[in-house]
Write a protein that binds this ligand. Sequence first.
Ligand SMILES: O=C(O)C(=O)Cc1ccccc1
Length: 307
Amino acid sequence: MVTIAFLGPEGTFAHQALRGLQVAEGATLLPLANVTLAIDAVRAGSADAAVVPLENSVEGAVPATLDALAAGEPLVIAEEAYLAVRFDLMARPGTALADVATVATHPHAEAQVRRWLIATVPSAEVVLVGSTAGAARAVADGQYDAAVGAAVAGELYGLDSLARDVADNENAVTRFVRLTRPAPPPAATGNDRTTFVAYLRENHSGALLELLSELATRGINLTRIESRPDRGRHGMYHFSIDAEGHVTDERVGDALAALHRVCADVRYLGSYPRRDGTRGPTPVGRHDPDFVEARAWLAGVREHGAG
Ligand SMILES: O=C(O)C(=O)Cc1ccccc1
């Protein structure tokens, strides 16, 4: 029986994202209170996969997810899904806006409704918790006056919406990933993404340029790059990167091998179909047959003194 952990409880955006991901029929769903617990459940073997947010179009990366992937037992991204996120301010029935002294929500939700909260409930204290649905449940339990989250969470926990669609920016989307223990990637589709973490060898001038050059010379377009501090080494950073292409593409494999040579470490985090947009054109000389032909030419030069 397959068990899928997700950022819970029921009613989170992560819970909604499950619908857009491959979840085996009859799988057991395991809601956990924060991203780190969900990811560690896969490492411990108590879940086969975890569905967690990785980045949001307004607030950027989810650090807890990036950091849990960058260290500890390796995991891979098997799949991604995008979800449009909308936020309501929800409270126990009978609560008026004027009664709201505390508002609980997830940090990524807070960032997306910050101005609205300041304008609407300026003296309310905002409390950051593990998830939006966790906030809604805590409001139902009487811990806080109001929660910011998905309308469905309000319905689940018996809250009323005091205000609907309260985001500062319309059209925010969040990217969720399904993580598993290391496994062969799904087959290349021609529109894929590869995620990895590069740890620089030392803090020398041009170290990041060196890393980027290996990707640029092979015509690899990046869709995200984030620096995160190496927790144990003050002043040192590693880079969490999404690149267009699949690890079985010649140019991507060649670039990862090159980074393995020049970096202190490269942690491969999976190749999987890209669900937003389409990749740009591959530059001349960087298609798979170009690499195959170049290898044959070099073999000829080495063996016969001529290609
Ligand atoms: O707390 C949730 O519901 C989540 O799934 C995390 C989150 C919070 C806000 C925006 C996107 C994802």
